[in-house]
Design a protein around this ligand. Structure first.
Ligand SMILES: [Zn+2]
Length: 299
């Protein structure tokens, strides 16, 4: 799929890079039609990106009744608009966000039952070809009472066995993990025969990169993170976790960050072609399948 490099002229033209068959892929973006939406997509495309994983964005304005049905259909609709308007591949990730737990509990619902129903619905949409992955599912990223940890683990294990049934990747959202934390999730994944899971990594504790794990990391594409992980030999993807709410500024980081890091990799890594091939071709295809990227890849 990759075209070889013609000559050894310095490559700063990212359009040229994506034209070579790389999937310049942001593994985690949240958009909303009343946010920057297509302007954020254009910012990503203009910087040289050519595909991103659209993850549903929790929306407290939606009624609790039929919450997931409403949220998922608006996320799927957004992905259709992006494909139609901009002609790129947009894998979609659907699932109950760990903090939904609190909203259901406060509204008098059983959070575990509601979130499991949310997982079932996401799985159904994946089977219908409307989405590619389950997520982001897991545990709150801050300390919570033991009962919530237990319930969240139950939901996570349910999501793992569902993802294993549908053969789709599971995007995990958890607190920062120590080696025991990784082992706990790996054992859970083994029990459910889950093949593909991606741990969303929050950058507070970069030592995390030291831990060997079968989970693929999705790393927030800050310069310092990329510098830390790029020579590690670990399997990883890059993401912005962009939350499309202009009132929050550019949380977590702006949508053009991943393509911008390509430039950093080309400048600072000797075997940059091999690294780009891993992050921007092999991993996305291995996790999401080749078909979803057909619009993006230019053989
Ligand atoms: Zn997110």
């Amino acid at each position: 799929m990759l075209k070889s490099m013609a000559g050894s002229e310095p490559l700063t033209d990212l359009k040229k890079i994506s034209g070579m068959g790389y999937i310049i892929f942001d593994n985690h973006m949240h958009l909303r039609t009343d946010g920057r939406f297509l302007n954020a997509v254009d910012m990503f495309l203009k910087a040289g990106g050519n595909s991103f994983n659209l993850v549903n964005l929790p929306d407290a304005r939606l009624p609790v009744d039929d919450y997931y049905a409403t949220l998922y259909s608006s996320t799927i609709r957004m992905s259709e608009i992006i494909r139609e308007e901009r002609g790129i591949s947009v894998p979609v990730t659907l699932g109950p966000y760990p903090l939904d737990y609190f909203r259901f509990r406060e509204s008098g619902y059983d959070p575990v039952a509601e979130m499991k129903k949310g997982i079932d619905l996401a799985a159904k949409l994946i089977m219908q070809g409307k989405a590619s992955a389950l997520g982001e599912i897991g545990r709150p990223h801050f300390p919570v009472e033991p009962e919530i940890v237990e319930h969240s683990n139950e939901i996570t294990e349910y999501a793992m066995s569902t993802a294993s049934d549908t053969g789709s990747p599971l995007i995990l959202h958890t607190e920062d993990l120590d080696p025991d934390g990784y082992r706990f999730l790996e054992k859970m994944a083994d029990r459910t025969s889950l093949q593909q899971s991606i741990k969303i990594f929050y950058p507070q504790f970069p030592d995390d990169f030291e831990t060997k794990t079968g989970l693929v990391r999705s790393v927030l594409a800050s310069r310092s993170n990329v510098r830390k992980i790029m020579n590690s030999g670990l399997r990883f993807l890059l993401e912005t976790d962009y939350v499309d709410d202009p009132s929050l500024g550019w949380k977590v980081i702006p949508p053009d960050s991943v393509p911008k890091r390509v430039e950093l990799i080309i400048t600072e890594v000797t075997e940059w072609e091999k690294l780009l091939e891993n992050i921007f071709l092999k991993e996305p295809v291995r996790l999401f399948g080749e078909d979803i990227f057909k619009r993006t890849a230019k053989p």
